[in-house]
Write a protein that binds this ligand. Structure first.
Ligand SMILES: O=P(O)(O)OC[C@H]1O[C@H](OP(=O)(O)OP(=O)(O)O)[C@H](O)[C@@H]1O
Ligand SMILES: Nc1ncnc2[nH]cnc12
Length: 174
């Protein structure tokens, strides 16, 4: 199925959340059942028959896609959350993203050594967020099979922040 219709559903919002940023608004995809389902199917394709133990999603938009992907793949779901939200013992990392800075955390017992992980987020921009997530996953000894994004802002070269890991995106913007 073509991705043209998905692409045209994404709304560009200039100067949000800061002047100079063109924000990719995915809410029109979420509110359309066929667009949402197609997004989940395409994100699942990244797993390509590998048995994924855990799908890791990033707070907050990433949760929407990652939880649905986990269910479809028969995998568990693990949240990486912004600082101060997870109740148990955590490991955290500070990072920069396209329009700011933040810290993300994961529960220290969320992944077991060698578990096969698919990382899912809505968007790859500078790669700061995803690189922090990858470091947290690697730090727990899990095996990152691939990272899958609905949108990639290729002109920000986020892939370069993610080393040799397999990175796939559905809609790239040059
Ligand atoms: O590649 P980067 O430059 O790091 O940017 C990508 C990140 O930015 C957005 O998250 P945001 O922190 O805005 O959180 P939200 O999902 O809660 O809106 C997006 O969902 C990615 O996680
Ligand atoms: N341009 C953008 N639109 C939506 N989410 C983002 N996260 C980082 N950059 C973004």
């Amino acid at each position: 199925m073509s991705t043209d219709s998905l692409r045209s559903a994404i709304r560009d919002v200039p100067d949000f959340p800061k002047p100079g940023i063109v924000f990719k608004d995915i809410t029109p995809i979420l509110s359309d059942p066929s667009h949402f389902r197609q997004s989940i199917s395409l994100l699942c394709d990244t797993a390509r028959g590998e048995k994924i133990d855990k799908v890791v999603g990033i707070d907050a938009r990433g949760f929407i896609f990652a939880a649905a992907v986990a269910d479809r793949l028969g995998a568990g779901f693990v949240p990486i959350r912004k600082a101060g939200k997870l109740p148990w013992q955590t490991r955290g990392l500070a990072y920069s993203l396209e329009y700011g800075e933040a810290t993300v955390e994961i529960h220290e017992d969320a992944l077991a050594t060698g578990e096969k992980v698919l990382l899912v987020d809505d968007l790859l921009a500078t790669g700061g967020t995803a690189a922090a997530a990858v470091q947290l996953i690697d730090g727990l000894g899990a095996h990152l099979v691939a990272a899958s994004f609905l949108i990639e802002l290729s002109f920000l070269h986020g892939r370069q922040a993610l080393g040799d890991h397999r990175i796939e995106s559905i809609l790239a913007y040059e």
